[in-house]
Design a protein around this ligand. Structure first.
Ligand SMILES: [Zn+2]
Length: 321
């Protein structure tokens, strides 16, 4: 069993990364160049299909092996057109490398004997902190790929602060990595949870409700609004539980628990195909691998983290929220 699948995990998947982001040092271009030339520097390469990992026997990867097995190699400056510094790992610099920016020959050399692992698989196989490193790489590279031009004047922008900003040489604007807040919440009434189903999900899948925070709105207000818009149910007293980076491509999931006085839920705004109150016993049966007539989301998601945490409170004092 992986850490992500433990009965009551302390941290959501993709969290707990311990890398020193070198937020101050990275502003010194000379310091960054010296790190690039340091023989101890390493890269984590990534592409459209995820982070590059060294394939183990049969392609399997152990949960703890995964991060150290990420692509290593001495960095040549001519192979790194835009040095994206992730941070310092035990004093050694760790860079992200978009293999899509390499020459065909360099791409072959970088990927030879390795394979790309998508983030959902990484979240399932790696320990949360290691999957968090993979999520960090993908989040940064996703942002750079999608923000090469100035949103203010349309001019091409340059990487600055070793990848933490992009600077426009024409109008002087600085652009920062974008993170989109999403609220996701367990809503409880009478020992039941409000679970819904979106179109396109695997058959039988139910999960907690979620939605983007709107401009000019607090996260707590977003919880109440989303639940009412998607189900017609009035949720109240939202309490923050945990958050999770979710770089698909750039979300930050803000996990809440709220309570409700009940009512008959119905899919109101077209986002859900169905929405129900599900009792604790049925939810526990789904967690235990039984067949209560529906399936819960996979352990890689904060949705499952929140549901598992709620179920684990059976018989316990509710003050855990
Ligand atoms: Zn500009």
């Amino acid at each position: 069993m992986t850490a992500a699948a433990a009965d009551s995990p302390a941290l959501p998947p993709f969290t707990g990364m311990a890398l020193d982001r070198a937020s101050t040092e990275r502003k010194d271009a000379g310091w960054v160049r010296a790190r690039l030339r340091d023989s101890g520097a390493r890269v984590i390469a990534a592409g459209d299909d995820g982070v590059l990992v060294v394939a183990g026997d049969g392609g399997a990867l152990g949960a703890r092996q995964a991060a150290p097995e990420l692509v290593r190699g001495e960095i040549r400056e001519d192979q790194l057109p835009e040095p994206i510094l992730l941070g310092l790992d035990g004093g050694a610099a760790l860079f992200a490398l978009d293999v899509g920016a390499l020459s065909p020959e360099a791409q072959r050399a970088a990927t030879d004997g390795n394979r790309f692992m998508g983030l959902r698989e990484a979240g399932a196989l790696m320990a949360p902190a290691e999957a968090g490193l993979a999520a960090y790489v993908m989040a940064l590279l996703n942002w750079h790929r999608r923000h090469r031009f100035c949103a203010n004047c349309g001019n091409p922008t340059d990487v600055a602060e070793a990848g933490y900003t992009r600077h426009c040489p024409r109008c002087g604007a600085d652009h920062f990595p974008r993170t989109d807040p999403v609220v996701i919440m367990t809503v409880e009434h009478d020992d039941r949870l409000l679970l819904g189903r979106r179109a396109g999900w695997p058959a039988g899948r139910l999960s907690v409700l979620a939605g983007f925070v709107s401009p000019g709105e607090s996260a707590e207000e977003a919880v109440t609004r989303e639940v009412q818009e998607e189900s017609g149910i009035i949720a109240r007293d939202p309490v923050f539980v945990a958050s999770q980076p979710w770089p698909f491509p750039s979300s930050l999931m803000l996990g809440f628990h709220a309570v409700s006085d009940g009512g008959e839920p119905h899919a109101t705004d077209g986002e859900l195909e169905e929405v129900h109150w599900l009792g604790r016993d049925a939810i526990q049966e789904a967690i235990d691998g039984g067949d209560p007539g529906f399936q819960l989301p996979p352990p890689v998601s904060i949705a499952r983290f929140l549901i598992d945490r709620w179920a684990a409170a059976r018989g316990a004092h509710r003050s855990i929220w």
